[in-house]
Design a binder for this molecule. Structure first.
Ligand SMILES: O=c1ccn([C@H]2C[C@H](O)[C@@H](CO)O2)c(=O)[nH]1
Length: 140
């Protein structure tokens, strides 16, 4: 797969591992870290944040995306996600849809053993996202 940036998948995974340190997971005890790469090379971190009202919990991926948007970033090329060491932590359906809002062809970097595993959102993880006809969020 043709990686689109000078920041490597391995460097992005390392950042995701750093982000995982901040995870707030008293209920699942399953910390997740995400590192989001912008076209300009900025890396924005996210971790999962859980709540006593379980359904309110936010995933690491959406935390990174909403943080990035609040910082004025909208042009994303890739996201690295880590959970248990060496096991691919595949983004949930809600996070896939959230990514597709900004870039249908997002690169998703996961860990498999000591290797990085690359997926494309449009080709592998969410080939048929929900789209709202007539809405152009990047131009808004
Ligand atoms: O890709 C994923 C999958 C799960 N979680 C979180 C949600 C919850 O806090 C915990 C267990 O599901 O992991 C993420 O942050 N990202």
């Amino acid at each position: 797969m043709n990686w689109p940036h000078s920041v490597t998948p391995e460097a992005l995974l390392k950042k995701a591992r750093e982000a995982q340190q901040a995870a707030y997971v008293p209920y699942s005890r399953f910390p997740v870290g995400a590192a989001l790469l912008t076209a300009e090379g900025t890396v924005i971190l996210g971790c999962n944040v859980e709540n006593a009202s379980y359904g309110l919990s936010i995933c690491a991926e959406r935390n990174a995306l909403t943080t990035a948007v609040a910082l004025g970033e909208r042009h994303f090329v890739a996201i690295a996600v880590v959970g248990r060491h060496g096991e691919p932590c595949l983004p949930c359906g809600a996070c896939r849809q959230f990514m597709a809002e900004f870039n249908a062809a997002f690169f998703v970097v996961l860990e498999e053993g000591t290797e990085s595993l690359l997926y494309r959102l449009d080709l592998d993880l969410l080939p048929h996202p929900f789209v709202l006809e007539g809405a152009f969020p990047l131009e808004a």
